[in-house]
Design a protein around this ligand. Sequence first.
Ligand SMILES: [Zn+2]
Length: 257
Amino acid sequence: MLFEPKAVNFPSPAAGNRPPAWRLGLGLVWPATCAGCGAPDVQLCEPCRRVVSGPAFFEPMVGWPPGWGVWGVTAYGGTSARLVVSWKERGRHDLTWPFGAGLAAAVLACRQASAAPPEPWLLVPVPSTSAARRKRGGNLVAALAHRAVRCGGSVWAAGGHGAPPSVAEILTHRRDVQDQGELSGRARRKNLAGALAVRPGLRFPLLQRGCVIVDDVVTTGATVAEAARALTSAGARVVGVCGLTVALRRQGVSTSE
Ligand SMILES: [Zn+2]
């Protein structure tokens, strides 16, 4: 195994990892409930926050080259699934803050386990379809990556891991695809085969930087594998994959693959 699993605890959420006061104050107008458990008068209770705070873990992916897998923050299911659904489908975009802090832990763990030179990495979010962007008001995965950089910047700099990463929204769809959530594992791979590409004119900088692919939910790995193919074919060097939630086969989570 190229990467050894290594637990990394990210610092507990500080003021900078929480939504700003004005956003929290919206709860005075629209009473909040915890997106994970429904507890009243709180947007995310501490037990549910801990679910998406790490420590990060490494999950090998079936069918990927030996040693390759995903650094994740939490297993998909239960509280984490309710949080992600609230975030993606019910407008709870305030969860980008705690999710970003969790993802930063995964990126840091990926970095610590990597033998790559201490160059500044690029976090490359998987692109959302135009339909998803219209439905959700933007690319939530890109927002998650930007938040992770902001949450982890100081920790990254202080930890001797080289320059902090930056976000590069360089992948795009070159044809229409179905929503992956509606498909089985085999159908997901077929749906996405050759569907992603690096935006024209953005190839040269990729040759200089290690790319970490970022996604919110990694289930079969089909999406991030297609992202890796698109980046590699453009001359980029993929050094890792990080996901907020990961389906764990060792816990019996079916992925239809
Ligand atoms: Zn809760």
